[in-house]
Design a protein around this ligand. Structure first.
Ligand code: FES
Length: 99
């Protein structure tokens, strides 16, 4: 599928929620490298883009599940499984997320 773009220019915060092809995607900027995972926590739907970021991990703001930002893997409960991750490509000022 052709990448869908989101025109973004930001330094802080480290994460934003963007909608791509009808999906809510959490985009993270880790020291200038971008990563995209589903924004919706698999526990009760908390917004991962609003979670606390520490290194490569984000903590769901609702009940504390921990996810790997690069892979979407769940690292800590109560989330039952990870979330999808998506390829990201930076083209000038555009950040393209392939869904
Ligand atoms: S909704 Fe994310 S841990 Fe409960």
């Amino acid at each position: 599928m052709r990448p869908r773009g989101a025109r973004l220019q930001w330094q802080r915060p480290k994460a934003k929620c963007v909608e791509v092809a009808g999906k809510k995607i959490a985009l993270f900027n880790l020291e200038g490298s971008f990563y995209a995972i589903d924004d919706t926590c698999t526990h009760r739907g908390g917004p991962l883009s609003e979670g606390e970021v520490s290194g490569e991990e984000v903590t769901c703001p609702w009940h504390g599940a921990v996810y790997n930002i690069k892979t979407g893997a769940v690292l800590g409960p109560p989330a039952p499984r990870g979330v999808a991750s998506y390829p990201v490509r930076v083209q000038g000022a555009d950040v393209e997320v392939e869904v």
